[in-house]
Ligand binder design. Structure first.
Ligand SMILES: Cc1cc2nc3c(=O)[nH]c(=O)nc-3n(C[C@H](O)[C@H](O)[C@H](O)COP(=O)(O)OP(=O)(O)OC[C@H]3O[C@@H](n4cnc5c(N)ncnc54)[C@H](O)[C@@H]3O)c2cc1C
Length: 395
């Protein structure tokens, strides 16, 4: 039986980041096991927005740390060829009068105390930064100049290369089917379609497939699975890549909008999505009714896109926890296993820092930020990570 110090399950952006960071922090024998191919999970469907605007303070801190890694990606990974595709176009958040404007102002203020460049803009300033936006029904505008978006394939392949270069064994086509445990219950390895592997620690980064971990361990892992549609519009006006990502808290769908392929507009929504009974990454239809409904909201905010046509669409699936925040770290009552799941639509931007934190925890090093707020136990104690926007994708 092959034995490793750490076996990571899952070759998405989170698993590859964890494997890469384990090796960067000195772990010698690390394996990453992926049942399909690297990036074949939900990472490929990500909208890849990098923002630090979170009303949950801990999330803002992690997102800020991750953004700093994206900003010096090649140097951080010590790989001149590593690229993330980070486009620092900024994020503009617009809110209508009332609770959402108050939540926006308060969140920007807290972000500033964390050292994040988070600004309140006058309408005139906002118009200058984003001439396509209709601010008629907007009471408050926030702006983060360092936010933007990146590229899922580039980031994942940079982590994978960083892991391989440092000696991590990456095995694709290996399906993990169970855990090996010793007589005391400690996890000592994994059962797979390619035989058993011994492991000092097993790290599960299985995203929407994390219910498997619940079956293997007998520990309930709160997780709902929901499908979200994303589409792009193209019209006479280009949504160029220098225009900020836009979060529209005034729209019924809590739209997010960003440049795509230089002139198209990528449209996503901040709603709950379509609940799925089981993980399913097959592409689903994006109903035209949905495109029309969101398209009207887009046209309200960006009148120049009123006549834009549908260019492309796809669906992707979120791994959602009850407070729309991830579970990070060890599982209670079982030695030798850690998890990173439940990213609820935030996992791409957090992947660099989550990889680092989980690697630090597994290697018994001090973690850059406490993992305790993200512990599974919070669902039993009621210490949920809920912020000013309530639970949901804004967080
Ligand atoms: C439509 C959409 C838009 C999004 N937009 C954003 C955004 O703008 N910003 C942001 O930060 N985040 C966003 N996200 C979220 C982010 O993309 C995800 O949180 C992140 O990509 C998940 O990465 P992962 O590594 O956890 O999962 P995955 O990429 O799904 O990887 C998990 C892997 O584990 C493997 N696996 C599972 N079980 C086993 C097993 N038993 N044995 C072997 N392998 C196994 C799977 O095959 C899979 O490849 C979005 C997500 C979607 C769907």
């Amino acid at each position: 039986m092959e034995t490793f110090d750490v076996v990571v399950i899952g070759g998405g952006v989170v698993g590859t980041s964890i494997a890469c960071h384990l090796a960067m922090l000195g772990a010698r024998r690390v394996a990453l096991l992926e049942r399909g191919t690297l990036g074949g999970g939900t990472t490929a469907q990500s909208s890849c927005i990098l923002r630090t605007h979170y009303s949950v303070r801990e999330d803002a801190e992690l997102a800020h740390a991750a953004l700093r890694i994206f900003a010096r990606f090649a140097g951080y990974l010590d790989d001149p060829e590593a690229v993330s595709g980070y486009n620092r176009c900024g994020l503009m958040i617009v809110a209508p009068e009332g609770e959402r404007a108050e939540a926006l102002k308060a969140t920007l203020a807290v972000e500033r105390t964390l050292g994040i460049d988070a600004r309140d803009l006058s309408t005139a300033e906002a118009r200058e930064r984003h001439p396509l936006v209709d601010f008629g029904d907007i009471a408050h505008v926030g702006f983060e100049p360092d936010a933007g978006y990146a590229d899922a394939h580039l980031v994942l392949s940079s982590f994978a290369r960083g892991a391989r270069r440092r000696g991590v064994a990456i095995r694709e086509g290996v399906n993990v089917t169970g855990l090996l445990r010793d007589s005391g219950g400690r996890v000592t390895g994994v059962r797979t379609s390619g035989g058993d592997f011994g492991a000092g620690t097993v790290v599960c980064a299985q995203n929407i497939w994390s219910r498997e971990v619940a079956v293997w361990t007998g520990i309930a892992l709160p997780l709902t699975i929901s499908r979200h549609a994303v589409f792009t519009l193209e019209g006479p006006t280009a949504y160029t890549k220098d225009l900020p990502v836009l979060k529209d808290l005034a729209s019924p769908a809590k739209l997010y909008l960003r440049s795509y392929a230089t002139r198209q507009l990528l449209v996503g929504d901040g709603n709950e999505g379509e609940a799925l009974a089981a993980p399913d990454t097959e592409q689903a239809d994006v109903p035209l009714d949905y495109v029309v409904e969101l398209g009207e909201q887009v046209a309200h905010r960006l009148p120049a896109f009123a006549d834009a046509g549908l260019a492309t669409s796809w669906t992707g699936v979120y791994d959602v926890t009850p407070d729309w925040n991830p579970v990070l770290g060890p599982l209670p009552g079982i030695d030798g296993i850690s998890v990173a799941y439940g990213f609820s639509g935030h996992g791409f931007k957090l992947s660099p820092i989550v990889g680092r934190l989980i690697a630090q925890q597994v290697l018994a090093m001090p973690t850059d930020f406490p993992l305790a707020p993200y512990a599974l136990e919070r669902f039993a104690t009621g210490r949920l990570l809920a912020g000013r926007y309530g639970t949901g994708a804004v967080s």
